[in-house]
Design a protein around this ligand. Structure first.
Ligand code: DAH
Length: 339
């Protein structure tokens, strides 16, 4: 029996040393020390022993039980410590890691330029006026003094919905809306989308953006127009920017002009951006035609005004040196996030 006890002890110690978890250890505790365990089985068989042997074997059995209990407790403590160490490594929080960057979106370059223009004109006392993209042919053409045979009316240039309703080809009809039923002083700008029946290429898109401006009051002269646009050009392109007016023809202004700004890259000497000209065309403008004023119920003998229209894509392309308008509408994030 002594040998049996010693071999149980040895077997138990071997098995306990090999366990890797508390659950396995519990199973061994039951296997050796439980009610139906191996050691208990031996103690139960002690009745067959002689009176001299019984206390010796009993003492040994108790010693083995005690040793195994101690050993199991020791192993349990070891396993707990090991588990803790593993968790500490696994759950380590490295506070020195840089925080993950939040990616913030950006405004489209056209919107950025539009916002900048609004800022400039609001600073000069303009208000923002709005008009619909689906407009009457009357507001888009007739009220703006466009003769019945004006080329822009052509069905091949304009998206007509019916012969009387169209997608506005310019923001100028907002002038009509701003004047009709009101009396001067009027000082408005109106940014928005316009539509023309154009093939898509590097400089054309069937949808693009303009910003219209209109001032009507007593004693408004071309000097006011020049001063206003000169301040605008300096704010938009830099303090040294000069403006130049070239005679032109628009049905709704008289006189009319195309307005250039001195090239802000070469300062007027001539470079790639201005194609060697030293000047870059940026907008159309003029003094509001008396027919337009009177058609809107404003007396041209009492009041006068000026108007201008700026193409936003053009300004964006010039300012950011973009050579293809399609880039602005493809909405490739790699392109857009540069601005
Ligand atoms: N509406 C013109 C266009 O689309 C631009 C323009 C020119 C607007 C002269 C104006 C202006 O208000 O006075 O080409």
């Amino acid at each position: 029996m002594k040998e049996q006890l010693e071999s149980i002890r040895k077997q138990a110690v071997d098995e306990i040393s090999a366990v890797g978890s508390e659950a396995e250890l519990d199973a061994l505790r039951v296997k050796y020390l439980g009610k139906k365990g191996l050691l208990t089985g031996i103690l139960r068989g002690m009745g067959q022993l002689s009176a001299e042997e019984r206390p010796v074997v009993g003492a040994l059995a108790n010693k083995v039980r005690e040793d195994l209990e101690n050993y199991i407790a020791e192993r349990s403590a070891f396993l707990k410590e090991k588990e803790l160490q593993e968790r500490l490594i696994l759950e380590k929080l490295d506070v020195t890691l840089p925080a993950r960057k939040k990616t913030l979106g950006k405004l489209h370059p056209i919107t950025q330029i539009e916002n900048r223009m609004k800022e400039i004109f609001l600073g000069m006392g303009f208000e923002i006026a709005e008009g619909p993209e689906i407009e009457s042919a009357y507001n888009n053409f007739d009220a703006l003094n466009a003769p019945a045979d004006h080329p822009s009316r052509d069905f091949s240039d304009t998206f007509y919905i019916t012969p009387e309703v169209l997608l506005r080809t310019q923001t100028s009809p907002v002038q009509v809306r701003a004047m009709r039923g009101k009396q001067p002083p009027i000082r408005v700008i109106s940014p928005g989308r316009v539509y023309r029946f154009d093939e898509v290429d590097a400089t054309h898109s069937p949808m693009f953006h303009q910003l219209e401006g209109l001032v009507v009051d007593k004693n408004i002269t071309m000097g006011d127009l020049k001063g206003t646009l000169s301040i605008f050009a300096k704010s938009m392109f830099g303090e040294e920017t000069k403006t130049r007016f070239r005679p032109h023809n628009f049905p709704f202004t008289e006189p009319s002009a195309e307005v250039d700004v001195s090239c802000f890259v070469c300062g007027g000497k001539g470079c790639r951006l201005c194609k060697g000209e030293g000047w870059i065309e940026i907008l159309g403008a003029g003094m509001v035609h008396p027919n337009v004023l009177s058609g809107c119920g404003i007396d041209p003998e009492v009041y006068s005004g000026f108007a201008f229209g700026i193409g936003l894509e053009r300004v964006v392309m010039i300012k950011y040196n973009i050579n293809d308008m399609r880039l602005l509408f493809e909405n490739d994030i790699r392109f857009l996030k540069q601005f």
